[in-house]
Design a protein around this ligand. Structure first.
Ligand SMILES: [Fe+2]
Length: 338
């Protein structure tokens, strides 16, 4: 079993690096890929599998990850150009809407509904087990709630391009929030600085690649995108995702399960000026929220089958998409950062 998994994982990562990734769609019920990804995480979390997918040193960083679309250029057909066009069409009308900035200011989040189709989500869940670092963490152990998460070694090209396009589309809004982001982080005793030796930045870098290079200069070299999963009773207490001195004022979360079918409750929430704001997310929805806001997930409840009145398997899986790379806590503490 282990050798089979390892073989498949190495085959897949070779495909990703060579750029000839082909995801084989597994036919079956809609939730099969989600269950597979979820079960692999659970098994690895329980130590049943000795982390066959763990990355080997040197750890993947911005330079080795296929984050930049440039790594995929020159191919025929060029998937990057097609994805870029698609995400630009998705983001530009949304980011130009005058109500978005107000929404982000007042409630801390805004939703791009149905950013991913059902097929996109199925494909993603199919790939996920082979993209995870292999070091799942239980939230209970960190007193963060009840559930689990694992970081992704890198994103599939579709999401890597989405992240690049989103960075550029969100940049004007992020610029507008930069000062309040700085003040809110400082008031929560977090360090925030975009400056590096000999260089002072008053604005955010114009591209994601430049932003990641800035992160790397500050010692933040690890990918910070993560897969989170919750079962019945799962929850995520209010927290902030700040992994070093460099942070981006906005971050994203992608819903992979369907509210009302796979889970009930499980609402994304923010705390803005002491007030709680909740969002109900559906499968494929992309939620953008302010990084400086305390946020989390309300308790996940089971859903009863309308026909049989029996409980479905309760699961609420999301993908956290961050722009800033991360630095390990012990590395941050060693430097005296908070
Ligand atoms: Fe978070």
């Amino acid at each position: 079993m282990l050798s089979k998994l390892s073989r498949r994982a190495s085959q897949f990562s070779q495909c990703l690096v060579s750029g000839s990734s082909r995801v084989r769609a597994v036919r079956g019920p809609r939730n099969v890929p989600a269950v597979q990804a979820f079960q692999v995480c659970q098994q690895r979390g329980q130590g049943n599998i000795s982390a066959p997918l763990a990355p080997e040193p040197p750890f993947p960083t911005v330079r080795s990850m296929p984050v930049s679309s440039r790594a995929w250029c020159g191919q025929s057909p060029d998937p990057v150009t097609a994805y870029r066009r698609r995400w630009e069409e998705c983001f530009q009308p949304w980011s130009r809407s005058p109500s978005i900035q107000r929404e982000l200011e007042e409630v801390g989040f805004s939703i791009v509904p149905g950013a991913l189709t059902a097929i996109d989500v199925d494909e993603l869940l199919q790939e996920l087990p082979w993209l995870l670092e292999g070091g799942p963490v239980t939230m209970e152990r960190q007193n963060k709630g009840k559930g689990g998460y694992d970081y992704l070694r890198h994103l599939p090209v579709k999401l890597a391009v989405l992240r690049e396009v989103a960075y550029e589309a969100l940049l004007p809004i992020a610029d507008a929030f930069l000062e309040s982001h700085r003040l809110e982080l400082q008031s929560s005793r977090r360090t925030f600085s975009l400056n590096t030796t000999g260089k002072r930045f008053d604005t955010l870098p114009r591209t994601l690649l430049e932003f990641e290079e800035l992160c790397a200069k500050k010692g933040q070299t690890r990918p910070s995108n993560l897969f989170l999963w919750y079962q019945e009773g799962g929850e995520n207490r209010a927290h902030r995702d700040v992994y070093g001195e460099v942070s981006f004022p906005l971050q994203m979360v992608l819903m992979l399960d369907q509210h009302g079918e796979d889970f009930d409750g499980g609402k994304f929430f923010t705390l803005v000026n002491g007030r709680k704001h909740e969002a109900t997310m559906n499968r494929g929805d992309l939620l953008i929220f302010r990084t400086s806001c305390l946020h989390g997930c309300t308790p996940v409840l089971p859903v009863l089958c309308k026909k049989t009145q029996t409980k479905h398997e309760t699961k609420r899986c999301v993908l956290g998409l961050q722009f800033a790379l991360r630095q390990l806590l012990r590395e941050r503490r060693a430097k005296g950062y908070r």
